[in-house]
Design a protein around this ligand. Structure first.
Ligand code: SF4
Length: 412
């Protein structure tokens, strides 16, 4: 395929090829055209890998712990959208998937409580875990789990509740693996519960009839454990997890997510099992609050805007996109434009200002929930998209090879 780099289009054709026009009532030229002859008989606009490599660019514009803004230049809408969707729904994370309610005397129903707890983001690197095996997906058979002696459990619970440093004993829920020794650090997990597939948290809180300051707001006094926060979820290492994660213990991403409110005497005791999953299965697995893009705004003047008109235009724009230089309006901050169209709201201004967007220039924004850094979400998204493309390319080649073989056979 020939490259078009040496060929010039007329300004009108360049405009048609590269810009979406934003009018007062509608947008136009939004389609992207990529086939030979679409912009003239000798102009090859079909996809060309060399041109793509030359034009493609990623420019990081803003990077914080939970947000990444970058420009992706030189891709078509389907590719940009595929990347966005992969980041939202196919980059895996670890979230609470099963909950065993040992005791719940709060006013929140078990299923509502379980739903709330399930949505709490867990700070565990999903790359260090496997997807649950089919046997784990089916669930643990409680009838197969060894049962705990209730007397022993009660004795162990009462000896542990005042000391957070001691590990909790297994409970009598029937789901937990139970070792002979109640104070074992590493539990003897049943086959279905693999330490590379599962994380375990325990939430055991009882509201007491004495007033203490709220730990997230010392100005407020309330009953002890009146508010149940996400930091009360205690990680219980299984297998060799205590050793593997000793440098970065597993915990909820945020400490102050309110789970429930209790009155004196009310109690919540849950066992929560986390698994690796993707946002396609449930939104709680999505690593992003949002992953979105918009096209770069392009604002031009059909005629120069000078003098009092320039001042009026500057005043009209709510996003302060325009500046005045030597008495003439100039577009100073096009990225800030929200396409509100205030500057083309009247016939007079519509004849002077042209609003467009660049078709192949995407401003991406990734806002991470906290399980993964935004740059890691970006990398994982790219890896997954690449793997999907390779899988489909392989399937297509296989199909072509098969049909070639069939044709050869038919000709014989
Ligand atoms: S569309 Fe709105 S934000 Fe953009 S330049 Fe016009 S007035 Fe400003």
């Amino acid at each position: 395929m020939s490259s078009n780099k040496h060929q010039k289009l007329t300004p009108q054709m360049e405009n048609l090829k590269n810009k979406v026009q934003v009018g007062r009532y509608a947008v136009s030229q939004s389609q992207t055209i990529s086939y030979h002859g679409s912009f003239g008989p000798n102009y090859d606009n079909s996809f060309n890998m060399d041109n793509f490599r030359q034009d493609f660019e990623i420019v990081i514009k803003e990077k914080t712990d939970d947000k990444l803004v970058f420009d992706m230049i030189g891709v078509d809408a389907p590719v940009a959208n595929a990347f966005r969707r992969v980041m939202i729904s196919e980059v895996p994370t670890v979230a609470i998937e099963w909950i065993s309610v040992v005791k719940n005397t709060s006013i929140i129903q078990d299923e509502v409580l379980a739903h709330r707890v399930g949505l709490i983001p867990i700070n565990a690197d999903p790359r260090l875990f496997d997807f649950p095996s089919p046997s784990l997906q089916r669930g643990i058979d409680p009838t197969k789990a060894p049962r705990l002696d209730r007397k022993k459990e009660n004795a162990a619970v009462s000896s542990n509740t005042k000391d957070d440093t001691k590990p909790y004993p297994p409970s009598s829920s029937g789901y937990l693996p139970i070792g002979a020794n109640l104070n074992v650090e590493v539990w003897d997990v049943p086959e279905e519960l693999s330490d590379t597939e599962t994380l375990l948290f325990r939430l055991h809180v009882k509201c007491e009839n004495r007033k203490v300051p709220n730990k997230h707001n010392y100005n407020v006094e309330e009953y002890e454990n009146h508010k149940v926060y996400s930091d009360m979820l205690k990680w219980v290492p299984i297998g060799d997890q205590a050793e593997r994660f000793k440098d970065k213990p597993i915990r909820p991403v945020h400490d102050d997510i309110l789970i429930a409110k209790l009155n004196p005497g009310q109690e919540i005791h849950l066992e929560c099992y986390c698994m690796k999953g993707i946002g396609k299965d449930h939104a709680k697995f999505s690593p992003v609050a949002t992953a979105s893009y918009r096209l770069l705004p392009d604002i031009t003047f059909k005629v120069p805007v000078v003098g009092a008109d320039a001042h009026e235009l500057k005043k009209i724009c709510p996003m302060n996109v325009f500046d005045i230089e030597d008495g003439e309006a100039v577009v100073a901050r096009p990225r800030d434009c929200t396409m509100c169209r205030e500057c083309i709201r009247t016939d007079e201004w519509e004849n002077r200002v042209q609003l467009s967007r660049l078709k192949y220039h995407y401003i991406f924004s990734i806002e991470a929930v906290g399980m993964l850094k935004p740059e890691d979400i970006f990398r994982e998204g790219l890896r997954i998209l690449y793997e999907k493309c390779m899988k489909h390319a392989k399937a297509v080649h296989q199909q072509l090879d098969d049909s070639d073989e069939a044709n050869t056979y038919a000709l014989k």
